[in-house]
Design a protein around this ligand. Sequence first.
Ligand SMILES: [Zn+2]
Length: 289
Amino acid sequence: MSNTDQVQRILFDNVDVRGVVTALQSSFQEVMAGHSYPPVIENILGEMLAAVTILSTNLKFNGKLILQAKGQGSVSTLMAECNHRNECRAFAQFDEGIPGQLSFKEMLDKGHLVLTIEPDVGRRYQGYVPLEQESLALCLEEYFQRSEQLATKFILACDGQKARGIMLQVLPAMQSGTDDWQRLALLTQTLSAAELLALDNETLLYRLFHEEQCRLFTPEQIEFKCQCSRQRSEKALTLLDAAELREIIEERGSIDMGCQICNSNYSFDAVDVEAICRDKEARKSGQVQ
Ligand SMILES: [Zn+2]
């Protein structure tokens, strides 16, 4: 398949429907690296990643889109995010003894799906939908129907090596009940997960929409990039009291700040921590004066 680690918009002439198709391979594998997730988790995280890379193409500002599924089943949290630069990351929290075979509903029992749009500057927007459908794709369709009254069709798939997704959505100008939408949604529905995983975008477009007038936009590259940094970890440490920080150093010799998403570790030794404490104290006395 030639469209790896790319997201590509589909333009329909004469129909108010937008389309996006995505393919993650190296980026998906990098997200999974170092986590030893069981296949059942890899597959659902792959679908989450495919979904966020599709949805973030609609960001109209610098910022990120975060999709979270939280439940009371064997999986407590699934998170995937993608920013306006198409940098994505994801992680999962789940029970140790999670069964090898698990339906989406069993995985996230009594759960809900939260979609957060977080601009770099300004207020964030959050919406949610209960996880009552049989798949992530169906939950997302329900989310857009309920929250934005936009008819949407998602097909998502992951085989442990790559993640693929396609979305069609009516533009706000169009009535979702029109014949054009019904026809395009039905055509999309005929696509199996196996086909989605096997076909490149051009072939996929021909397979689904050869009787429609549509084109693919220039593809955009997707990459895995965690947003954690030593600087951010240091900022988090400054939120603790100086006395508390010195106490930890006294006990353990250093403070390790691990990123649960990419497994990076940022270590702060006695010298680093003392510098943070002095800086805190200097600011504090500056404020008092
Ligand atoms: Zn990280």
